[in-house]
Design a protein around this ligand. Sequence first.
Ligand code: ADP
Ligand code: MG
Length: 270
Amino acid sequence: MRVWSVANQKGGVGKTTTTVALGCLLAQQGKRVLMLDLDPQASLGSYFGHSPESTSHSSFDWFAPPGKLDPAQLDASIHDTDASGLSLVPGNTALATMERNAVSQEGMGLAVSRALTCLWDRFDHVLIDSPPTLGVLLVNALAASEQVIVPVQTEFLAIKGVERMLNTLQMINRSRRHPLPYLLVPTLFDRRTQAGVSSFRHMRKTWPEHVWNSAIPVDTRLRDASAKGVTPLALDPDSRGIQAYGSLLKTLLKTTSEAPLVATGAVVHG
Ligand code: ADP
Ligand code: MG
């Protein structure tokens, strides 16, 4: 089972869209995919029609102290979607209270990792949509992952968010044996605007070995899909956005199956 998280300590950069796009593309390839919503805003769950206020059968149920996870509850938190092979654990607003209360509880940073070990034979791939704030939820997402995808909106203010995220990754790495690989993914890219082009160039220059060599374009089909609550693949498999996510997926699968090039703090030559 491969676990990737989609994270950036900034909202509106395309985290949820990236999770859905990669999730449906992997499912289309015949993989058994689980998308896990760890954001208290619960946009991923809402995307698929789950109420952010419903407090049962959500990712909230995953946060049990060591040895206390109820398998039936874990099972009930996993919902099918209309796409074959694509499952979902919705989030809910109660996650915000968990964020405040769980910090003091022993072993809660690894609650998601523990729950995932119960599911290793049910899914090939897990994608975690993370919250934009640093706390126990984001720590759980990163601790459970083998790779992090960091969507970065191609505009000037986005750079600060990246720096915060990189500091967080460094902090996480202190308690890991190997640094957590990450890939910065330029999103909402509009090649016709000066701001888009120059922030894309700036990113490539600032983090040359960590930025994906392409970008996800602004594509209204992606927005339309989320408004309609259908996967972008079901709406329009040939859209520019979904094509770009397809090539991103190829890069991600390559970096994890070969040597992980994009590791925090690693110097990559050539
Ligand atoms: P986050 O999860 O980081 O808050 P979202 O994925 O929810 O960000 O994206 C924010 C908004 O931008 C949503 O309305 C979404 O539909 C839209 N969006 C995301 N990516 C694109 C894109 N490439 N082209 C057009 N709209 C996009
Ligand atoms: Mg989101």
